[in-house]
Every structure is written in structure tokens, then in C-alpha cells.
Design a protein around this ligand. Structure first.
Ligand code: 4HQ
Length: 244
């Protein structure tokens, strides 16, 4: 899978993909991440990429021509590349959207700065607008990194086993159960006994119950779209009655 990042600050992307899982995925050729400096596509001699907004007001707006030329260059190599603009006005990113994006072979990620891009960029060149949350970043770069990270881990072979990604396919529906590792006792706080029992059926049941409990306590709205078995529903009723 290929990512082309259009940005005014390509250096921001030098470290995040040089560590751990994503670095290995790049090494293996499973994903390819390129940055394109929008400024290189400005036509004037001072390489101006922004201008004051028509109608007045504060801040600057990113000009349409350099962005248009940058996107057109990528599209020349691959007309089917899919262009995403990161913006708080976009669809809220969630695991379902991430899954859909991971089925594409080539994403162009447009990172805005200042007050954002000229509206005609969105009309003419953007296929999809995505928000990583209801807060304001200084630019779309961190949002693009979140998108690349979350999409890449769904690309076959990127996660060690394939299993880790499948296990949190629960995600979007239920929160994860608590995890423990050695030591079994730390400052009088013990690991739950069932996890040391070797009884795999009991462990699975305990984990399912803890997932349901956490979801009910912290993110009850997730239970609406979760697919719950009859046993899940019984466990949940008990949790709700005991309110813990
Ligand atoms: N910005 N999700 C403003 C975001 C953002 C978000 C990116 C700041 C676009 C113009 N992007 N620029 N939240 O806050 O994606």
C-alpha cells in the first residue's frame, strides 16, 4: 500500500515511520510512505503557497494552484489514487473507515495549515474528508500520521502474527479486557487468580466479562452496535444490576 503525503512540512514525517512496526513494514515493502512538499509546486519565484482570504478575516488560506499541481503529478502516475483531506469538518475517523481505507492501494493525504485550503481544492480534487477528532490541530500532519498508522496495521503482514489485528476486530464494539504480566504480586496488588489457573475456558469467560464491564462503565454507547451473544447479554445484565 502506498501513501503520498502532501504537506508544507515534510520534515515532520522523518521519525514516525522509522521505528518499530511501521519501519519494518516499509523495509518489507508492505507499505511505502512518500512526502511531497506542496511548496515545490508553487509557480512564482517566491514559491508562495498561501494568501489572504477573499471577503477579509484573519489568517491565511492555502492557494489552489500548488495543491492542484501536486495532486495531478501523483495522479499522473496512478489515476486511481484516492485523495483524503484531513480536517475537523470531515467524517469522524473510526475503525470501520480505517478498514475501508486499508482496502485501497494508494492514498494521497492532503495536510492543511493555517485556515485550511481554498474550497475549490475540495470541490475538484478531494475524494473524502476525514477528521481524527473534535479538537483543533495546528495542521493536518499529525492527523495524517494517525491515519497512516491505523490503516497500515491492517495491511496483511504488517502486524507480526495477523492475529493481533483480528483480535481487536472486536474493537468498535467492545473495550479490551485488562492485561497483566509478571510479577504476580506487586506492592500487594495481585494478578487475578483465574489468569494463573491454566483453565483456558475460565480465562476466556473472565476476559469477556471484563470487556463487557469496562464497556458498560466507560463507553456504554458502544454496546448498542456490539454483536452480543445470549450469554453476553446475561453477563451484562448481572453487571448492570451489581453496578460494578
Ligand atoms: N486540522 N482532524 C486545521 C485538524 C484536524 C482534525 C487539520 C487543523 C486541518 C487546516 N485534521 N487544519 N481535528 O484539526 O483532521
Amino acid at each position: 500500500m502506498r501513501f503520498d503525503i502532501l504537506t508544507l512540512f515534510p520534515e515532520m514525517f522523518s521519525s514516525p515511520f522509522q521505528e518499530s512496526i511501521l519501519a519494518k513494514a516499509i523495509e518489507k515493502g508492505l507499505i511505502e510512505v512518500r512526502t511531497i512538499n506542496i511548496r515545490d509546486f508553487a509557480l512564482d519565484k517566491h514559491q508562495v503557497v498561501d494568501d489572504a482570504p477573499y471577503g477579509g478575516g484573519q489568517g491565511m488560506v492555502m492557494k489552489v494552484e500548488p495543491i492542484a499541481r501536486a495532486i495531478e503529478q501523483v495522479k499522473m502516475e496512478n489515476p486511481s489514487a484516492w485523495t483524503v483531506y484531513l480536517t475537523p469538518e470531515g467524517k469522524p475517523l473510526n475503525q470501520e473507515i480505517i478498514k475501508e481505507l486499508s482496502s485501497r492501494s494508494h492514498l494521497i493525504l492532503l495536510c492543511g495549515r493555517y485556515e485550511g485550503v481554498d474550497e475549490r481544492v475540495r470541490q475538484l480534487f478531494v475524494d473524502e474528508e476525514i477528521s481524527i477528532g473534535d479538537y483543533v490541530l495546528t495542521g493536518g500532519e499529525l492527523a495524517a500520521m494517525v491515519l497512516i498508522d491505523t490503516v497500515s496495521r491492517l495491511v496483511p503482514g504488517v502486524l507480526g502474527s495477523d492475529k493481533s489485528a483480528e483480535e481487536d476486530s472486536f474493537f468498535g464494539s467492545l473495550l479490551e479486557y485488562p492485561q497483566y504480566t509478571r510479577p504476580a504480586s506487586f506492592r500487594n496488588h495481585e494478578v487475578p487468580e483465574v489468569l494463573l489457573s491454566g483453565n483456558h475456558q475460565a480465562i476466556s469467560l473472565w476476559r469477556r466479562e471484563e470487556s463487557l464491564r469496562r464497556t458498560w462503565l466507560r463507553r456504554p454507547e458502544l454496546l448498542n452496535k456490539a454483536s452480543l451473544s445470549e450469554e453476553d447479554k446475561k453477563i451484562l445484565e448481572e453487571i448492570i444490576q451489581n453496578k460494578s
